[in-house]
Design a protein around this ligand. Structure first.
Ligand code: FUC
Length: 802
């Protein structure tokens, strides 16, 4: 505690008058003047404080998160910590499920879907209806006192530095507030300065809607202690320290009061006992570690760490420079049809920023709202939905050069093995591990919610990310020690779960295509079936990845043969009566043809089973399926638009992908660029932010077909531009530049030696200075021998003579 004594704090009388007067709501402030736009194009910025949570700006280090409102009289910072989950570990497995499974299967095989669903609803669901919510940690408030008029107000989030800033002038002085959450120092830092001395006054408090109490300790500490469910649940502690050089300090029972200071630095640490240990001790230790550090030292360490990740990728989509306009105005202009490619580039980088801020090694993964939740019972509990949403969160991780940010998802997947083994046994009598359509921080793996929750494919889909982490890195040690055991055990479940139908094909039963329903011959609708196409695609993905892994590692011959034999007996993909890729084994009609999920297109994206070159008939049918969906879609969700954007990119349709990105950004974005699941309507759901970021990358670079495909879906709206630092499978880093809609140069940084194939249409490729021999192997595809550690530059021209 020695360092704490170093804090310069001077006692003064309590300033209760200021306290009573403060509060943004009490007085309308007049905003005068026009602040200069911030420098650089990587900033979200506004001319007014956030009135609403969806205008506030997000900060985070994966564990701690905050939304900064930037008010003039009151700064409100809403807080989150990853461990603030209601509930705790619980066993939702239903011991009677197994005994009813054969009967449900029989009914489904006999086409008695309705009877099967009645029985399944009664007996196959887990004991608990669902999961418990992730919640807000609380609210930090700084009341600065009454203000009538301010000039040149500006509020911003600089993505390149991860710093939120507020500046304005008032009473002849200029005030600046900077806030960031440091990953290296595990602390939220707020720094208030003024260009005149003695001008900073603040009443600082911290509170939570439920189950918490706050108190001051000495002259400079504020503490909040609580437990998520009152007497039970996760225990938490928030510690705040305030340094206010040149000022006077006082306290009430639960408020710190700073008067006439030259500057103010607030440090906030938060801890829970979610990972064990004592929350009070942990939060205190975290504070002791940072309290002696200067603001500049904390900022320097934060910038170094932040930029190490953030600056790996740069994107320029060209277009008129509109960053002189505030971000909310640009979003509105886009919604009205104005082109703004630079805003799409900002949106892309915002997605990368959000992933860095919500998913760092050692933390829980980004949930339905990343880590930003201001409620006690958020929509869908801000849980982990494993039938699209959490996977979409991680689509950008590898390609956008933030591989370490994918680790929390891999860790979560690994952690589901133990509870998932039990669920596999109790519900299905199967070996291996299983997860259904949702999970939480407590290892929830049982089926829940309703019959659509009887979907035992969640774990297998998560395994795709476990594999992709290898596919992008080529790290054999990771494959052997970590990835393969997780994948193998998931495959073991599916080997056991598959059953033979009366045609001798292996099928899934019970099965469901998330979260769609279909028409039965009697006119009714059902959700449960035999053999949803997505199941076969997820199985194909997992089994082929396991086969490849066992070959690379040269292990498990027998298991590999078993997987190969099972794949050859799996029910086939089929083209249906409308030329579409069938969503189910039987060519049912969808009851909602424009349904938001496109599960049966998994094999196009994020999978790689269906490609133009390998499976042209299914590729065409899959495209027809997407066209039919889009045509009849009445309500679009943000994440459906994002998924469709990546699908269009895989179909080589840059303009259609771009349309989706534009709709997401213009019509589904809140002022702070958070995705609104419905057009112009809450709630916020972060999956589409991540899905759109991944889709933009997918438009520029693809690598799922053992080649680097440059600019496979470049839209007309981005005729000139450049990108650097995208990653491709095989551990390559790629920089591309294009002009007039055509590739001009490409650079590939190689980490693993071997032959590399590059694919680019409409140009002729040559190696700069003939540094390497390029062999054309088909139209638009070249190959060269690459050496680890080297960078290769290629020049593209529209004709050989150029
Ligand atoms: C899936 C979707 C819903 C929503 C929910 C969180 O179930 O079908 O639209 O996104 O997840």
């Amino acid at each position: 505690m020695k360092t704490l004594i170093l804090i310069a704090l001077i006692l003064c009388a309590a300033c209760s008058a200021m306290e009573a007067e403060s509060g943004e709501a009490k007085k309308q402030i007049t905003f005068m003047g026009m602040a200069e736009p911030p420098a650089g194009g990587l900033t979200l910025w506004y001319r007014q404080p956030a009135e609403d949570w969806l205008e506030a700006l997000p900060l985070g280090n994966g564990r701690l998160a905050a939304m900064v409102f930037g008010g003039v009289q009151t700064e409100h910072i809403q807080l989150n910590e990853e461990g603030i989950w209601s509930g705790g570990p619980c066993d939702s497995n239903n011991p009677e499920a197994l005994q009813y499974l054969p009967e449900v299967r029989r009914l489904l095989f006999e086409g008695k879907n309705t009877e099967a669903e009645v029985l399944a609803k009664k007996h196959l669901l887990g004991k608990l209806a669902g999961v418990r919510p992730y919640q807000s940690l609380g609210d930090l408030t700084l009341d600065f006192g009454q203000v009538d008029e301010v000039a040149n107000y500006r509020r911003e989030l600089d993505l390149d530095s991860g710093v939120a800033r507020v500046t304005y002038s008032q009473g002849g002085a200029t005030f600046t507030r900077e806030a960031f959450i440091s990953a290296p120092d595990n602390v939220l830092v707020l720094h208030v300065t003024c260009d005149k001395s003695d001008r900073i006054n603040a009443v600082i408090s911290i509170s939570r809607e439920q189950f918490a109490s706050s108190k001051t300790s000495g002259q400079c500490f504020l503490l909040m202690t609580g437990q998520t469910d009152g007497e039970t649940g996760v225990k938490f502690r928030v510690n705040v320290a305030v340094k206010s050089p040149g000022g006077n300090a006082d306290t009430t029972d639960d408020k710190l009061i700073v008067k006439n200071a030259d500057s103010l630095t607030l440090l906030l640490t938060a801890a829970t006992d979610y990972r064990g240990g004592d929350a009070v001790d942990t939060a205190r230790r975290m504070l002791v570690d940072v309290v002696g550090k200067s603001y500049d030292a904390l900022l320097k360490a934060h910038l170094k760490e932040h930029r190490k990740l953030f600056r790996r990728v740069r994107l320029d989509l060209g277009g008129p420079e509109k960053s002189k306009l505030p971000t909310d105005e640009r979003i509105m202009a886009l919604a009205k049809g104005e082109e703004d490619p630079a805003l799409a580039a900002l949106y892309f980088q915002f997605g990368r920023y959000l992933l860095m801020a919500s998913s760092r090694p050692g933390c829980l993964p980004a949930n339905l709202q990343g880590k930003w939740v201001d409620q006690m019972k958020p929509p869908w509990n801000a849980d982990y939905h494993t039938n699209i949403n959490v996977q979409m969160n991680y689509w950008p991780a590898e390609v956008c050069n933030l591989a370490e940010c994918a680790e929390p998802l891999i860790e979560l997947t690994d952690s589901l093995r133990e509870p998932g083994r039990k669920t596999a046994q109790v519900h299905y009598g199967c070996k291996g591990w299983v997860a259904h359509h949702l999970t939480d921080a407590w290892g929830f793996t049982a089926p829940a919610d309703g019959v659509w929750g009887i979907w035992p494919m969640g774990g297998a889909w998560l395994c795709q990310h476990v594999w992709e982490h290898y596919a992008f890195s080529g790290d054999r040690k990771y494959l052997k020690d970590r990835a393969y055991p997780i994948m193998k055990e998931s495959a073991q479940f599916l080997l056991d779960f598959l059953v033979e139908d009366n045609k001798g094909r292996l099928v899934t039963n019970p099965s469901h295509s998330p979260e769609n329903s279909f028409r039965l011959p009697d006119g009714g609708t059902a959700v449960l079936c035999v053999g949803a196409t997505m199941d076969f695609m997820v199985i194909h993905d997992l089994f082929t990845n396991c086969i490849q892994a066992s070959e690379i590692l040269n292990i498990d011959n027998e298991f590999r043969e078993q997987l190969q034999a099972t794949l050859s007996k799996l029910a086939p993909l089929q083209v249906g009566k409308n030329g579409q890729l069938q969503e189910w084994l039987i060519d049912y009609d969808e009851s909602e043809p424009g349904h938001r999920h496109v599960s049966h297109l998994f094999g196009v994206y994020p999978g790689r089973q269906i490609t133009e070159r390998e499976t042209p008939r299914f590729y065409k049918a899959a495209r027809t399926s997407l066209e039919r969906r889009v045509k009849s879609r009445k309500i679009d969700t943000g994440w459906s638009l994002a998924w469709s954007a990546s699908l269009w990119a895989r179909f080589g349709e840059g303009d259609l992908a771009h349309q989706n990105i534009t709709k997401l950004l213009g019509r589904h974005s809140a002022a702070n660029m958070f995705d609104l699941i419905f057009e112009g309507r809450q709630p916020f759901q972060i999956d589409a932010n991540f899905g759109a970021t991944a889709a933009i990358a997918e438009m520029l670079l693809q690598s799922h077909e053992d080649e680097l495909n440059f600019l496979p879906a470049l839209p007309k709206a981005w005729p000139s531009g450049s990108v650097s630092g995208l990653r491709a499978r095989g551990n390559y880093e790629v920089d591309l530049a294009w002009k007039a809609g055509r590739l001009s140069t490409a650079k590939i940084r190689v980490k693993i030696s071997g032959p590399v194939q590059v694919h680019c249409h409409g140009v002729v490729l040559r190696s700069k200075n003939n540094a390497v021999e390029l062999k054309q192997i088909y139209d638009g595809v070249w190959e060269f021998a690459a050496e680890a550690g080297k960078e290769y530059t290629f020049i593209a021209s529209s004709s050989p003579a150029n």
